[in-house]
Design a binder for this molecule. Structure first.
Ligand code: BEZ
Length: 261
């Protein structure tokens, strides 16, 4: 399998362009500095419906306790492999531009990148310049991969080679968390593939509409289109709930209705 992870060359390029930062980098692999890979038993199960694990972290907006950060809102936690990398730069710029869309849905945004705060602050300036935006959400500094391990944002290839590589890379993960702090959706992308912000907003719309109206959404659904009556609701009940003329039965198990946005 081709490796898209920026190893020596891109990192060397990065630091050649920013020689002053080289001294801020840990020269010794983290494992040799005493950070152990968590065992399977320590890795929490991140099932849909399980409570998002809490953690404390340094972010570009100061220290946070993740559960306090969520505090009764929806939240999206999305991770990045490294600062000053091209795909990540486009992703963070795109998420920043959608601030109003996330706010409209009551969703707090928080990014994570596997580097330290000094790099984050400089990278945010680059993102703002390159993407003509203003990153206004916090970005977690996860140079030691504490949160990456807690949320299993690590690639198996890197874990398998941890003894030689010394540190595992953080993949692109998305966690959508509801106000009761439950994980409602996860997406895992490889480092080589940037995410799709429309899909992230689409699934938030689906989850929130489902919670409000007790419906489920079909393939490729977008807000405003017909939704599906879940199997737990009979057609008679659905007609009572959504209106006599507002339930279209294609099969006894496939009933469409429209509940707006
Ligand atoms: C990036 O461009 O963001 C990237 C690409 C490969 C590995 C890590 C990051």
């Amino acid at each position: 399998m081709a490796s898209f992870l920026p190893r020596a060359a891109p990192r060397a390029l990065r630091f050649a362009a920013r020689p002053v930062l080289r001294s801020q980098r840990p020269a010794i692999p983290l494992l040799r500095r005493g950070l152990a890979t968590p065992t399977v038993a320590e890795q929490p199960r991140l099932r849909l419906g399980s409570v998002a694990p809490n953690f404390q972290a340094k972010t570009t907006h100061g220290d946070i306790d993740f559960h306090k950060f969520i505090e009764g809102s929806w939240a999206i936690l999305f991770s990045h492999p490294a600062d000053f990398t091209p795909v990540c730069t486009t992703e963070l710029g795109a998420f920043a531009k959608l601030k109003d869309e996330f706010e409209k849905r009551g969703v707090k945004m928080i990014g994570l990148s596997a580097d330290d705060l000094t790099l984050h602050d400089q990278w945010v300036s680059d993102i703002n310049e390159v993407c003509n935006t203003s990153v206004s959400f916090p970005i977690i500094a996860d140079a030691d991969r504490k949160v990456a391990y807690l949320y299993d944002m690590i690639s198996q290839d890197d874990l398998d080679n941890i003894a030689t590589k010394g540190i595992a890379f953080t993949i692109r993960a998305v966690f959508i968390i509801d106000p009761s702090k439950k994980i409602r959706l996860t997406m895992l992308y490889p480092a080589s593939t940037g995410r799709n912000t429309s899909e992230v907003l689409r699934v938030i719309d689906s989850l929130q509409l489902g919670d409000r109206k007790g419906v489920v959404t079909p393939i490729d659904w977008t807000a405003g289109e017909d939704v599906i009556v879940p199997p737990s609701v009979s057609t008679a009940e659905a007609r009572k709930k959504f209106g006599e003329g507002n339930v279209r039965e294609v099969k006894p198990y496939l009933r469409f209705t429209n509940v707006g946005k």
